[in-house]
Ligand binder design. Structure first.
Ligand code: ARG
Length: 479
């Protein structure tokens, strides 16, 4: 009799999720992927309940064992997910109660789904940030390797997409490395600010039981526990930051993608077609399209959309937890997936990029790009810059050919030595100011970029230690 009652109770959805609106309220489809974090968080929670004496050591041990069993079932795809149980948290709890009987019902002591979901999300966030950073660093390393091979490769530098002044390919590629360094750094800031445990905040106002949130925070590798329970259950700042960081990152990748598209076109011809950059056309046999670069360009839109969706959901919410917050997960998962996929594809493509150096050199040899050099030559001879600028502009508007002879005929201020200016390689070498494109300056820059990557590698290893904790907790068997 008791056994049948128990069975019935276990198969029936708990009263708090029973409503005619259940379908609308359900979040399982989105949040079930949080299960490893939910389970590791619950294990840390029951351990804490044991440590402070709310549960006996035996109860805490059995609960932790049961939670690991649930994890094994889910990981083996042997778990019967139930939509009528609303979310991942209730699915896990109901299954635990099926396995352990009334003891299972103790897992939720001094806890609410409000602090529980906030905890799960933070644990997910750490892992997602780490995964993105890993790919960002790989892309930077790929770009640095390419840059090292192209310290002497000259190409036009552009403003307004008009040829402006000559630079080196290494210098151009390193510009992207520095952008990505800032992206990496922003993600580290997000990791750090998000690395605070909200568990113990309860529904909004803590608990009357003698819980210790610091024990949970420490066990899960957080830097600290929350300071304010109202803030802890409602704070989605780390997610908003993450989405901004991903938005700017994908905006950066979209700019790089656009350059690859341009460079792969016959009009530029800087890149040779390689299969890593894309596929062919189903109709036109001659085509090799830079699809990877195009999609890298195209993905930023939806990531920005995800950021806007989250900010709009957060706007005007009163403290503390509101059900609107359930809408936070889908945009975060979406943005993280698409940013990661973009980075993975670019990491396949970048090492395979093959530059047509002769085409780049030819484009860079356009002497009109040395107009500033000519003006600066006059400045060195004592001509005020504005006057020098005017002289060279007038020369260029009246002459097709830019060579020493015509310059000297045009103005006596141009001497014999002006011919030396018109060699593009020498022109690039002269741009040897700090942070400039000259090969010598770029070699210094390369050293600094490698140092920056070394620091990133270290930050990544520290983040990996926190991320690993969740998986270690799930593997460990209680003593
Ligand atoms: N599915 C909810 C979310 O993602 C979990 C918290 C539900 N809390 C509640 N009081 N109904 O936000």
């Amino acid at each position: 009799m008791a056994a049948t009652l128990e069975k019935k109770a276990a198969s029936e959805a708990p009263s708090y999720v029973r409503t005619p609106a259940a379908k609308f309220l359900a979040s399982l489809a989105v949040d079930r992927r949080l299960y490893p974090y939910d389970l590791a968080g619950s294990i840390a929670h029951v351990e804490m309940l044991g440590a402070v004496g709310i549960l006996t050591a035996e109860e805490a041990g059995s609960l932790a064992h049961g939670l690991r069993k649930v994890h094994t079932e889910i990981a083996a795809d042997a778990f019967a997910w139930r939509d009528d149980l609303e979310d991942v948290h209730t699915n896990v709890e109901v299954r635990l109660t099926e396995l352990l009987g009334p003891l299972g019902a103790k897992v939720h002591t001094a806890r609410s789904r409000n602090d529980q979901v906030a905890l799960d999300e933070r644990l997910y966030l750490r892992e997602a940030v780490h995964a993105v950073q890993e790919q960002v660093l790989a892309l930077q390393s790929g770009l640095v390797a390419l840059a090292e091979a192209h310290v002497e490769t000259v190409m036009p530098g552009y403003t307004h997409l008009q040829r402006a002044q000559p630079v080196t390919l290494a210098h151009h590629l390193l510009a992207h490395v520095w952008r990505l360094s800032r992206d990496f750094d922003r993600l580290s800031g997000c990791f750090q600010r998000g690395n605070i445990s909200p568990l113990g905040a309860g529904a909004l106002a803590g608990s009357t039981l003698p819980i210790d949130p610091a024990i949970v925070a420490h066990r899960l590798g957080f830097a600290a526990a929350f300071e304010n329970s109202l803030d802890a259950v409602s704070d989605r700042d780390p997610f908003a930051e993450f989405l901004f960081d991903l938005s700017l990152l994908t905006v950066h990748l979209s700019g790089f993608g656009e350059e690859l598209v341009l460079w792969a076109s016959a009009e530029f011809g800087f890149l040779k077609p390689v299969p890593e950059l894309g596929s062919g056309s189903s109709l036109m046999p001659q085509k090799r399209n830079p699809d990877v670069a195009e999609l890298a360009r195209g993905k930023a839109g939806r990531v920005i959309g995800d950021l806007v969706a989250l900010l709009a959901a957060l706007k005007s919410l009163p403290l503390a937890y509101n059900r609107d917050l359930q809408e936070d997960k889908a945009p975060v998962f979406d943005a993280a997936n698409h940013a990661l996929e973009t980075l993975v594809a670019l990491n396949l493509a970048v090492p395979a990029l093959a530059f047509d150096e002769s085409k780049m050199a030819k484009a860079a040899a356009d002497p009109r790009m040395l107009a500033t050099d000519l003006a600066e030559y006059l400045v060195a001879k004592g001509v005020p810059f504005r006057e020098a600028h005017g002289t060279v502009a007038e020369f260029l508007s009246t002459h097709e050919k830019v060579d020493a002879k015509s310059l000297r005929e045009f103005s006596a201020k141009f001497r014999e030595d002006v011919g030396e200016l018109l060699d593009v390689r020498r022109a690039v070498s002269r741009r040897n100011t700090p942070g400039g494109p000259a090969p010598e300056a770029v070699l210094g820059q390369l050293g600094k970029a490698k140092d920056a990557l070394g620091l990133e590698r270290y930050a990544l290893s520290k983040h990996a230690e926190s991320v690993q904790i969740v998986h270690e907790i799930l593997r460990e068997e209680p003593k």
